[in-house]
Design a protein around this ligand. Sequence first.
Ligand code: HEM
Length: 441
Amino acid sequence: MTTAASPSAGTGIPGPGGDKYLGNLHAFSTDPLGFLTECSRTYGDVVRLGANNVLLTSPGDVERMLVDRNAKFSKASADTRRGSRRQGFPLSTMNSDGATWQAKRHRMQPAFGRKLSTKAAEIVADQGERMLAGWRPGTPRDLQDDVSVLTLRLVTSLMFGDEFSEEDTAEIARLVAPIMDLSTSPVLLPEWVPTPRKLRIRRSMARVDRTLRALAASPAAADPDRAPVLHALVHGDPPPTPDELRDELATLIMAGFETTNDAVVWTSVLLARHPEIAERVRAEAEAAFAATPAGLARMEALPYTNAVVRESLRLYSPVWLTSRDAMEDMEFSGHIVPAGTTVTVSQWVAHRDPRHWEDAEEFRPERWLGKGPSVPRGSYFPFGLGPRVCIGAAVATTETVHIVADIWRRFRLDLVHPERIRPRPALALQPMGVEVVPRRW
Ligand code: HEM
């Protein structure tokens, strides 16, 4: 997002004045979540964050931007500004537009059906077992570290079969970490400035490039049951170039691994803080694991845990900010937003907006039971909305619900330093400082 001063302006849009030269850059960089929340409470539905940047906070406008007017916005320009290919950010379905995006998405979409969620539900049972086998009651664990190994293995085996060695997986983890560290700061140094992060990315990328390129020729790529997504990409129409393939694969890893990791860890933090809700999850999970084999049927036997995860995705949505560039002048809530403006919506702000959510700051999974909360569509969008909605939403939900149920049926978790836990809004909303002690129930 660009909050520094620049020439174009949506006249009459209210917003904080900020510094003459830097606009609201300092306020945004110091506390982005607080700054955006404050802007929404003070200035209303359309807020001018900087000369060239607008925040939309009404659910109707969120829906208009992401659904109805999706084609009038460019995602490619907003995303690639955050980090181009050479900074480690691949160019893929996620950050392309128009007909190019459509062709890329169509190539992958068929592989993301119910069959993939079924496979996810089966794999996650095995992988969860592997992680939890190493846990001992009373011995502290870094939850973020443990779950990240698990979710990375899950995404690679689900997308690409069992082609990745432990070493390859570790190398990918090393590559992804500094990329996910990319803040959403509008100030990006010129590409040639060799920051330590960029040097680390470049070193890791060479190896990851080789690994990902080799996948195209691997036996898994020829087998749609073993590696459905890899197969769909390699044999897709139009056939991807080697660079394109590598970028799609890298994007899937990045999009699918840290987000799911953050979802599991935030949900566990919330459960640790609410023992009575954790107890209900335990009881449900114990019954579901006893009555059903690993697979989607087990997921269906976990409605309360599902509600817990939805509520956690409301309070700590791993994607906390979504930006696009307006390609033409558009009206939102009575204001003209000029072409070229970066328009931002924030899950963090919308999901906690007291105008639409009762007890917005409270963790209340019950609101998702039965018909669910009666809130406007643009009030809840952890996976986005409209044509660009997350392609992996079903898989991610299956994995998160399953991992949470599996952890909490075996252990309850005590937070070692509850006061140190805080959200770190980088590319995803990372939970910082989550050390836990597993205890027997
Ligand atoms: C809890 C986990 C996840 C969350 C919260 C999440 C969230 C999101 C959101 C909000 C978007 C839309 C961004 C926008 O509108 O600009 C998105 C897009 C996307 N996600 Fe996810 N995601 C998750 C897991 C996954 C997984 C597991 C995969 C694949 C393995 C995945 C692959 C993608 C891709 C490829 C896109 C781009 C879609 C497009 O532009 O057409 N995500 N995700």
